[in-house]
Design a binder for this molecule. Sequence first.
Ligand code: UDP
Length: 538
Amino acid sequence: QSQEQSEAQVDYHAALQALVENGTRMVCTGRMHTDRICRFESLCYSTEAEEFVYFHSNSSVMLPNLGSRRFQPALLDLSSVEDHNTQYFNFVELPAAALKFMPKPVFVPDVALIANRFNPDNLMHVFHDDLLPIYYTMQQFSDLDLEARLFFMEGWSEGVHFDLYKLLSNKQPLLREELKTLGRLLCFTKSYVGLSKITTWYQYGFVQPQGPKANILVSGNEIRQFTKFMMQKLNISLEESSSEEYIVVFSRTINRLILNEAELILALAQEFQMKTISVSLEEHSFSDIVRLISNASMLVSMHGAQLVMSLFLPRGATVVELFPYAINPEHYTPYKTLATLPGMDLHYIAWQNTAREDTVTYPDRPWDQGGIAHLDKAEQERIIKSTEVPRHLCCRNPEWLFRAYQDTKVNIPSLIHVIRQTVKSKPGPRKQKWSGSLYPGKVRDAKCQASVQGTSEAKLSVSWQIPWNLRYLKVREVKYEVWIQEQGENTYMPYILSHQNHTFSENIKPFTIYLVWIRCIFNKNLLGPFADVLLCST
Ligand code: UDP
């Protein structure tokens, strides 16, 4: 044992000496604080000051070296929510020599991913802001493997969905509060700080009303690679030969209720001749819900965070989202955006209650459950009379909360009618073949030849070879698009052609230079890149 102890001591002294001599080293990706992730060696954290500490020495590195721009507004976003001023990361700087006067550092040997969870009590936020971004940040950096440890710095307690966070690595995630018990000065041997935003599809309305992100970069394929991982960790096998088809009604039991749920379940079962089951977060385990949803033909639910579980639906399934009175489905689309991501292959249907007599409001509840009793009388009356919540910013708009927390008696014929407009026969996961869309490469060896007839007529013959990848693919329809542009002009003549050569004679003038742009198109809408422009003189 004394042998072990002395080795540990040697290691400790070596680590401390390395910290004093090398200081902190930081190299980041990203040009802006909103797209930055940093890798650190020897980043420290003072649990007393609740600040990260960067130690300067002769060997320390800080890239980007921003000077005071590091505070304008911050080095990076610690959560995946873009530029939120409660989620910024920074550190304070000290010379490594100051370590002599500081508490003895405690070294964290695991590779660490340091980040903030945004709202760990809300399932939509858990998946969209935390789990998917953490999973793909770990995929981005190879030393963030299953032996890495997650550090959540937002300061919340575990929250009701902590078991889901635990699936992402073999080590127990640590919360900010727990760091105090480890020591006064913690030094992370190797750490990554910040989360990838590449998988997020929704912005919650902090600066403009909520809606899909402007530039969505994720497809159903990446979502399903993630859900496959989660299901393996939950020990849920995908039943390939699912015997029975069924519909899942995902209910809420505390608020935003479906008041005639039994009637709804019966009607769905009758209409689609399918077993219809109801689940809720209060009455079912998370694994049971995933197991059921991952084989369902249709998921029906009130608007709300539980609908993020459509992530687990099989391809071909249908999502039916129910909206309470006065809530325009087009203004609240986190789940529609998810269901309609390219490659999710889900059908999405929104139904809205348009009958005032079918809604039950709760004006006397606390404001955060949609109560409006705290507002002045005129404002209360305006809200009660209004037939649609105007667009608004997050997160405390009383009219939105009032309408969002209504209960609804679903008008069954109107709902069935809306579903039937999309689901003609039986809903459900047709076992689809992978219909991944592959794009053509550039056309090759493009050439042109001109001929002039007299002083006013000319012809341009253009030919090219198929894109290189086409010979390895089965493509239903291959077409070519050719643009002919007179040099110096802003306009061009477009043509869609089926063959690999064509002679153009309309509008071709003699003694003129033309630019010829050619690209290949698969199956009408898969547009390839243009080949290098051809310069053709008649
Ligand atoms: N929730 C639930 N049953 C309820 C009400 C809420 O399971 O009756 C869950 C909901 O899915 C979410 C969390 O509790 O994960 C917070 O719900 P809230 O109404 O605040 O958010 P929203 O669903 O509108 O996003």
